[in-house]
Design a protein around this ligand. Sequence first.
Ligand code: CAA
Length: 257
Amino acid sequence: MAYEFVLAETDGPIGIVTINRPAVLNALNPGTIAELTEALEAFDADDAIGCMILTGSERAFAAGADITQMVDAGPVEVLRDDNFSRWARLRALHKPLIAAVSGYALGGGCELALMCDLIVASESAQFGQPEVKLGIIPGAGGTQRWARVAGRTAAMEIVLTGDPVSAVEAQRLGIVNRVVPVGAHLDEARRLARTIASRPPLAVRLAKEAVNQAQETSLSAGLELERKLFYLLFASEDKREGMRAFLEKRPARFQGR
Ligand code: CAA
């Protein structure tokens, strides 16, 4: 399917969505969010896809929500549009989503990366929440996700100063999984995606669900959920195949059943 603001392509079992508004450093207008969500949901529903990547250009993953669309907006208008609630559909994706980030990941662009399950960053990446410089605050999860992942102390500095941090610093703060030389972020994300896509799909799906619950629930409720999902996987053919293959010293052939 052809999109106006994003490109969607596959590489074997990997679905790759590229934000493509270079003239505005991939600023996120509602159309871009709608299209990237649609493209990712299509990959999520495709049995041939095991892992997804969201990326931008070398210069910018995304430089934030589109300021031209917000400059004259009033509160009733933004409330009625409620654009950010649409971003929540990304949280409902079952398959792992890797952000491959180069250059600017600012404002909504940073929040978008934080909504992904893993982040691979090029050394040129900058992560930040500059909203305070515009007289607003992050509106798509920035205050909450920075605080939960990097901790309150780091979140305060990021959100109150609006100044970005480097990829290396973002990795130190725990929001980035891997930092690679400039130009290598997409290849590294593909490598990671290929590994995940080679794992049994049901186990991957429930593993993602279990880890995500760690930020939503109490430890005892999370442990309970984990145990139930663990038991559930004993009903899968892939569990039988995975364990048999190990004992028979041969590669497993997973079917996603
Ligand atoms: N919205 C709309 N247009 C944007 C944009 C944005 N978020 N970010 C960059 N652009 C546009 C610029 O206006 C410029 O357009 P023109 O060529 O027509 O002038 C073009 O992209 C290139 O940008 P610059 O010339 O500014 O490039 P630079 O290299 O000098 O600076 C930058 C790059 C530091 C990222 C700078 O563009 C910038 O500060 N951008 C805004 C970042 C920002 O404040 N993001 C937060 C937005 S609010 C938000 O995201 C709310 C939320 O919580 C979801």
